[in-house]
Design a protein around this ligand. Structure first.
Ligand code: ADP
Length: 464
C-alpha cells in the first residue's frame, strides 16, 4: 500500500517499548553483574541498567579523575564503530567498556555499551590512575578497583553479540506490530476517504434529484392548470349543446355530444388528480384544521355515493360509534381521502356487493417507542376504514397501489377507468395529516383500506 504512514524512518522508540527494554536490560545486569546501556544514534542514553562502581565514585572526587571519567564516557558514545574499528574502550581506572552497533534492516539505530569490567588477571592499580590526578590515593583505590566485575575480553565480546541478537528479535517483533498498526491506519484512512467521497456524490445526486422533482412538480402544476381552463369551457359548451340551448339535436348528435362530455369529464378528473399530486409534492398544500365530526362526515360521504351505489346494485353502510370523539384535522382533506377510497370501492366491487365506511378509536404506543411497548406512552388514534366485497388485490401488488400511475390491471383492455392517481393522493394526504394508510385484501373477497390518524389535542383548543 502506498501510504506515507508506512514510510517513516525507523527509530528505537517506535520499535520497542521503553518498559520492555529496561526490563530486559535489568535482567541482563542481574545475570552478568555488569552495567549495560543503549544509546540512540545521537549518542543520548535511550535505556540503561547499571550501578556506579565504587572505584568510579572514588576517582570522581578529584577534578582530574572526573575529567578523565567524562572523556572515557564520551569515547564510548562517540567512537566510530565502522568495520575494523576496535569494539572496546579502555578506561584510565583499568576497567573496560565493550561496544556494539544496534542495526536493524540496514539502519543503524544506536549502540550497546557494557562495562566497566576488569580483566580477570588484574591485581594492581594502573599508572593511568595516578596520571589522571596525582591526588588519587592508589592505596585506597586498589581494593575498590578490585571489586569491579571481572570479565574476559572474549566473554565481553560474546555477551555484546548475544545482546545484539536478542535486541534484533525484539526489534523485529516491534517492527511487525508497527507495520500492522500502520497498515490498519492506512486502510482505515483509505476507507474513510472512499466513504466521504461516496457520501459527497450521494448528497450531490440527492440534491439534484430533489431539484428535478421540484421542477417536475412545478411543470405538472402549470400544465395541468393551463389544460383545466379550456377543458372547463369545452364541458360548459357540450352541456349547453346537450340541453338544446343552440337548437335541438337529433339522437345521433346527442350521443356524440354526450360522449364528448363524458370523455371531457374523465380528462378533467385526470388533470385535477395530477394538479393535486403536484401541489402536494411541491408542499404548496395548506392544512386548515378545525374540530371535525368524523361520524357526520362518514354519513355525508355515504349519502353522496348512494346514487352510484344504487346504479351498481351495491349496498353502502356506515359503522361509526355515536361517542366517537371529534378529530382536530382538515375537513376537506379528510373528505377527499374518504371520497377517493369509496370511489375505488364502488368501482372495484361487482353488482350485489357491499361497502362499509367505518371509524373507531384505537390506543397504541406511539411509533417512536416501538420496542418499549410496556413503558411507552399510549397514543390514541382514530382509524377510518373503507371496506368492500370487491375483486380484491393480490399480495404482491398491495404495496405498489399507492404509487402514482400504478394500476393492478394496466392492460389496454382493462375494465375499470382511472389513471392510477387516486391512492397516491390519498397516501400523501393521510401523511400530511400525520397519519398512515394500510390495506388488507384477498383477491376475490374484498379489501379494507384503513387510514389511522393521531387524536392529538391542539394547544389552546378544547375538545368540548
Ligand atoms: P385508479 O383507481 O384510478 O386506477 P388508484 O390509485 O385509486 O387509481 O388505485 C390504483 C389501483 O389499485 C387500481 O387501479 C386498482 O388496481 C387497485 N385498487 C384500488 N382500490 C381498490 C379496491 N377497493 N379494490 C380492488 N382494487 C383496488
Amino acid at each position: 500500500m502506498d501510504d506515507p504512514a508506512l514510510d517513516v524512518p525507523l527509530a528505537l522508540r517506535d520499535l520497542i517499548g521503553s518498559e520492555v527494554l529496561s526490563d530486559f536490560l535489568r535482567t541482563f545486569h542481574d545475570m552478568f553483574g555488569v552495567g549495560v546501556r543503549i544509546d540512540g544514534p545521537d549518542g543520548a542514553t535511550f535505556s540503561e541498567a547499571c550501578e556506579q562502581e565504587e572505584i568510579c565514585g572514588f576517582v570522581n572526587t578529584t577534578p582530574g579523575g572526573r575529567a578523565a571519567c567524562v572523556a572515557t564516557v564520551r569515547t564510548t558514545r562517540e567512537r566510530s564503530l565502522s568495520r575494523g574499528a576496535p569494539g572496546a574502550v579502555p578506561c584510565f581506572t583499568a576497567g573496560r567498556y565493550r561496544l556494539g552497533e544496534v542495526q536493524y534492516d540496514g539502519h543503524v539505530l544506536g549502540r550497546v555499551v557494557i562495562g566497566p569490567y576488569l580483566a580477570p588477571d588484574r591485581t594492581g592499580a594502573p599508572q593511568t590512575l595516578f596520571e589522571a590526578d596525582p591526588r588519587i590515593d592508589t592505596v585506597r583505590a586498589l581494593p575498590l578497583l578490585l571489586r569491579m566485575p571481572r570479565l574476559k575480553e572474549a566473554s565481553a565480546e560474546r555477551l555484546v553479540d548475544h545482546l545484539l541478537h536478542i535486541l534484533e528479535g525484539l526489534l523485529f517483533a516491534g517492527h511487525r506490530a508497527l507495520l500492522a498498526s500502520q497498515m490498519q491506519i492506512a486502510s482505515s484512512r483509505e476507507s474513510y476517504r472512499e466513504l466521504s467521497e461516496k457520501s459527497r456524490q450521494l448528497t450531490a445526486a440527492f440534491e439534484r434529484l430533489q431539484e428535478l422533482d421540484r421542477l417536475k412538480s412545478n411543470f405538472l402544476a402549470t400544465v395541468s392548470h393551463e389544460l383545466r381552463t379550456p377543458l372547463t369551457s369545452i364541458l360548459g359548451y357540450t352541456e349547453m349543446l346537450r340541453e338544446g340551448l343552440a337548437g335541438a339535436l337529433n339522437s345521433e348528435q346527442k350521443e356524440y355530444v354526450s360522449t364528448i362530455h363524458t370523455k371531457g369529464e374523465q380528462l378533467l378528473g385526470l388533470i385535477t388528480g395530477i394538479l393535486d399530486l403536484a401541489k402536494i409534492d411541491s408542499a404548496s398544500v395548506s392544512i386548515d384544521r378545525s374540530w371535525v365530526d368524523v361520524r357526520a362526515l362518514c354519513h355525508d360521504v355515504a349519502r353522496s355515493f348512494e346514487p352510484h351505489a344504487r346504479k351498481g346494485d351495491l349496498s353502502i353502510a356506515v359503522a361509526v360509534p355515536r361517542d366517537l370523539p371529534r378529530l382536530w384535522t382538515d375537513l376537506e382533506r379528510l373528505r377527499q381521502i374518504l371520497v377517493n377510497l369509496v370511489d375505488n370501492a364502488v368501482k372495484f366491487t361487482p353488482p350485489g356487493g357491499a361497502m362499509t365506511i367505518g371509524a373507531r378509536i384505537e390506543a397504541s404506543p406511539s411509533d417512536d417507542d416501538i420496542g418499549l411497548v410496556l413503558t411507552a406512552p399510549v397514543q390514541s388514534r382514530i382509524v377510518l376504514s373503507v371496506a368492500d366485497t370487491g375483486i380484491g388485490i393480490a399480495q404482491d401488488c398491495a404495496d405498489r397501489i399507492f404509487d402514482a400511475f400504478y394500476q393492478v390491471d394496466s392492460s389496454s383492455t382493462r375494465r375499470f377507468g382511472g389513471a392510477g392517481l387516486g391512492l397516491s393522493i390519498v397516501r400523501r394526504l393521510v401523511e400530511l395529516l400525520g397519519g398512515r394508510i394500510t390495506v388488507q385484501s384477498q383477491p376475490g373477497e374484498g379489501s379494507v383500506f384503513e387510514a389511522s390518524l393521531p387524536l392529538e389535542e391542539p394547544e389552546g383548543e378544547s375538545r368540548a
